[in-house]
Write a protein that binds this ligand. Sequence first.
Ligand code: UGA
Length: 436
Amino acid sequence: MKIAVIGTGYVGLVTGTCFSESGNDVTCVDIDETKVQKLRSGEIPIYEPGLEEMVKRNIKARRLFFTTNYEEAIPEAKCIFIAVGTPQTEDGSANLDSIWKVAETLAPLLSKEAIVIIKSTVPVGTNRKLAAQLKSLTGREVDVASNPEFLKEGAAIDDFSKPDRVVVGVSRPEVSEVLHELYKPFLRTEHPFLSMELESAEMTKYVANCMLATKISFINEMANLCERVGADINQVRRGIGHDQRIGFSFLFPGVGYGGSCFPKDVSALISVARNQLMEPTILNAVDQVNTSQKRVLFEKINRYFKGDLKGKTFAIWGLAFKPKTDDIREAPSLVLIDQLLEAGASLKVHDPVAMENVKAKYGEQLSYFDHHYDTLDDADALVIVTEWNEFRHADFDYILHKLTTPVIFDGRNLYDPENMTQKGIEYFGIGLSSVK
Ligand code: UGA
């Protein structure tokens, strides 16, 4: 099938590449000339395991093309996926300017059979508005579909190629049949293709992300309570997780969720609810808990050093909002860095892949190290913010030898508190009984 994908950000690039991998003829369109030039030579603008190889393979097989010119992509395409950004505006709602701009540009080029599919996360009602806009621009009915994406950064190819489910919103069954055909190579019996109304598909995306964000804020609040009552959140997790109605996944306490999706989508759904004159109590709480959770590590550090952080040096391991990505958008590390700098501390930082992005934001204000152990020289404490695998098996004797104060503040509970005590290291995790 001939496919066009508009927008070569995370979702667009992965979508286009995976559809070309399953044998389709895909042209990706982006307005950024430099980006398109790089993509043509197989250079990808993001860090995503396995993606670059897949892009190169499909370019070579002449199934994957990149252009800035809509005319090279749209007229022959049966399915046109819109995967442009829908950033947060100041009032929390989603900014849809890019979607309307794309619609205007592609309308005169659409073939009669074309289906225009929104993959970007958009508020309820956007697909119907798009259908109305395309009708007024072309003078005829154009098929529109909603096809939200559920992939995670760092596991994007697997998530796209082996989805738990594919959700599409359509206004007539024939459209759903075309999309079902396209997704067949990725489906399995237990991972179905779910066709529904446009509004339900749009809402599914927000509800999925907000449910996951709710789980995280809930477990973080429980972790904070565990600390106060002398319970251990790790044991409580085990205690609740075996109840199949609760389960274990996405209930790891930490320093709050970040990234380009959860914070934005929680705010956007709050805004959707307020537009309906409904105050979303749970969503408001999820957001508030997350904002304060991002400050928890600083509070622990500040309490330990009795409010005297001026002139202290901290080693920080992990800056990306989660492992396996260089993305620092809404990352908890940024809140911590700002608080520590404000308090007059010096920071020696390391991240396996996100360091360039942090450098671009903080420049000379921080000291950057290519190896995580090199941050430890003369540091007063070690602070762990992102759970990269390479931090999991640390050489504690070396850490002990290097730190001026034998103390670790761990925002991801990577280490065994008993082992730390035996080593003579004071250890502060999230929700652990030893932490007061
Ligand atoms: C998230 C969703 O998981 C995807 O399904 C969705 O498609 C995507 O948003 C999107 O809307 O595009 P992503 O933002 O890449 O994916 O990252 P996640 O792996 O979901 O992690 C989000 C945040 O939650 C991270 O900061 C992570 O550290 C935190 N988290 C996750 C926890 O604090 N505890 C957990 O148990 C799990």
